[in-house]
Design a protein around this ligand. Structure first.
Ligand code: G3H
Ligand code: 13P
Ligand code: ZN
Length: 309
């Protein structure tokens, strides 16, 4: 069943767990996630990035997600736009079946972020769609690019309160030490999130918080990728304990993409290496789908979201 996140978030905040928000790009990813949710009796957020829309096409993605909602009627599914860059992409999604959109104005100056976010909120709310905003910039190391770390980019609690009051957003993505991709922390550095800041923000804004860049960069996947000819070195993610803890400080949505990518790559590399004579692409894709399902079941346990339908 397609739904907005309002009630799901309210329950998650009250019972202190978080929903998994998984990035989807194709059939196998969606099937793996949905099977994982069915096995664990968990609601889910399926999120689509601009890159996913470009890769698969908006109509294919919408039909796949509508198909998921039909095939798994017992599972509440939020159909969410991830990192909407401008008003136009949000409008297009709001007009075409999404139940939730993110407007990511974090790269703009504060006042411009407010103005853009409010414009999306006004349009979305009139159509029953909920909105996630973002304040602060994620930090860390991504694709060999080291983004300087420092207090400056973390979300400021007082600004967050003003942002939420002026925009009317339904949830807020915060920067507390996570970053996108497989290289979140240098190998020698202890991976730590700023939960004190998170709690302060949560108390002030009183809406659900969202953790982007929250993959744990599961080391079994990394090892398998490297064993079968890959080269993913010195990668480090958010510790699983930190993900579990986040929901104590107001986080109700946890974004996961990299762990899907790593799991699928590991499974496909292994499958192709072990069956050199095979050219039925359903074999590596099926192995990738199974890996996604297993990983999602594990994540649901970490998030405390099992049995929350
Ligand atoms: O936050 C970004 C997600 O990992 C989506 O990545 O833009 O390559 O689809 P993408
Ligand atoms: P990861 O790269 O840590 O999976 O984060 C994904 C994300 O935040 C999508 O918006
Ligand atoms: Zn993100």
């Amino acid at each position: 069943m397609l739904t907005t996140s309002t009630e799901l978030f309210a329950k998650a905040l009250a019972e202190k767990y978080a929903l998994g928000a998984f990035n989807v790009n194709n059939l196998e990813i969606i099937q793996g996630i949905m099977e994982g949710c069915r096995a664990k009796n968990a609601p889910v957020i399926l999120q689509v990035s601009a890159g996913a829309r470009q890769y698969a096409g908006p109509v294919f993605l919408r039909k796949l997600i509508e198909g998921a909602a039909e095939i798994y009627p017992e599972i509440p599914v939020v159909f969410h736009l991830d990192h909407g860059e401008d008003f136009e992409i949000c409008k297009d999604c709001i007009d075409n079946g999404f139940t939730s959109v993110m407007i990511d104005g974090s790269k703009h100056p504060f006042e411009e972020n407010i103005e853009l976010t409010k414009k999306v909120v006004d349009y979305a709310h009139a159509k029953g769609v909920v909105v996630e905003g973002e304040l602060g910039k994620l930090e860390g190391i991504e694709d060999d690019v080291k983004v300087a770390s420092g207090e400056g980019s973390y979300t400021d609690p007082d600004q967050a309160a003003e942002f939420v009051e002026k925009t009317g957003v339904d949830s807020l993505a915060v920067a507390i030490g996570t970053s996108h991709g497989a290289y979140k922390f240098p190998p020698e550095v202890e991976a730590k999130l700023d939960f004190e800041r998170c709690q302060k923000i949560s108390e002030l804004v009183k809406i659900p918080l969202v953790l982007h860049g929250a993959s744990s960069v599961l080391q079994d996947f990394v090892a398998e990728i490297n064993e079968f000819g890959g080269k993913v070195e010195n990668s480090k993610g958010v510790p699983e304990e930190a993900i579990t803890e986040a929901s104590k400080y107001g986080v109700a949505k946890v974004n996961i993409d990299t762990d899907i990518r790593l799991g699928m790559t590991a499974a496909m590399r292994k499958n192709l290496a072990e069956m050199p004579d095979n050219f039925d692409v359903r074999k590596p894709l099926g192995a990738a789908r199974d890996a996604v399902q297993k990983m999602v079941e594990h994540k649901i346990d970490i998030l405390g979201c099992a049995g929350k339908i």
